[in-house]
Design a protein. Structure first.
Length: 234
């Protein structure tokens, strides 16, 4: 479904990604793990069109997308649920959700998609007229995820969904991610909660200093000595 081939990215004269390659097949949950500054956000911004790559190519559903603007990439079926939620805090839950349906096709199906989102997040229906700033952190994360679903994506990029949440809420967020996959959405997951991520995803890529240093099935990654020592404190 998605393939990045040997992509490099610079900020000015400073290189941030070095020949990074990854692949996401339809129906998978693929994880990208790494410390702060490893290049995870840069990689996501390159895939979603917010950053231009210097070399390599990015292909989505057999179409090269690395020269397309972000809105065109979104309309092809890629949704980005950003780190930190990035809600419109003075707007209601429903208004925040509707902001995710800005493309022509998504707006046409807005009401049906909204009902689908409410089925996944029933509490959001109850709070649909509540201002986003009055919600708990977990509820705000659900709004961010729901907004990402409003564009009816084929691939969801979910960036640090557990950040700042209580452990019980984190478990619920990961259960929702599994449910999204079961509903037919392919997921690229960026997370620092490494153990939970590797227990949820199918395959993983480890980024360090802008390079992929480890890749493979999550069962293998859970037993990898470097991952256990550097990311799980074992």
């Amino acid at each position: 479904m998605l393939e990045a081939k040997n992509i490099s990215v610079f900020y000015g004269r400073i290189q941030v990604l070095w020949d990074v390659s990854l692949k996401v097949d339809q129906g998978e949950i693929v994880a990208i793990i790494g410390a702060n500054g490893a290049g995870k956000s840069t990689l996501i911004n390159a895939i979603t069109g917010l950053l231009r790559i210097t070399s390599g190519e990015i292909i989505f559903l057999d179409k090269r997308i690395d020269r397309l603007p972000p809105h065109a990439i979104s309309e092809l079926g890629i949704s980005h649920i950003p780190e930190g939620r990035k809600l419109f805090t003075e707007m209601s839950v429903r208004e925040n959700l509707e902001m995710g349906a800005y493309s022509k096709n998504a707006w046409k199906n807005k009401q049906k998609t909204l009902e689908d989102v409410y089925k996944i997040f029933p509490s959001l229906k109850e709070r649909r007229n509540q201002l986003a700033r009055t919600l708990s952190g977990g509820e705000q994360q659900m709004v961010a995820m729901g907004r990402g679903l409003m564009s009816r994506p084929k691939l969801c990029i979910i960036d640090e969904p557990s950040n700042g949440l209580a452990p019980m809420v984190v478990m619920e967020v990961f259960r929702i991610i599994q449910r999204l996959r079961e509903s037919g959405i392919t997921i690229l997951l960026i997370e620092q909660n490494v153990k939970q991520t590797l227990e949820t995803a199918d395959r993983a890529y480890v980024l360090e200093n802008g390079r992929v240093v480890i890749e493979g099935p999550c069962a293998m990654c859970l037993e990898h000595e470097h991952i256990k020592k550097a990311y799980m404190g074992l």
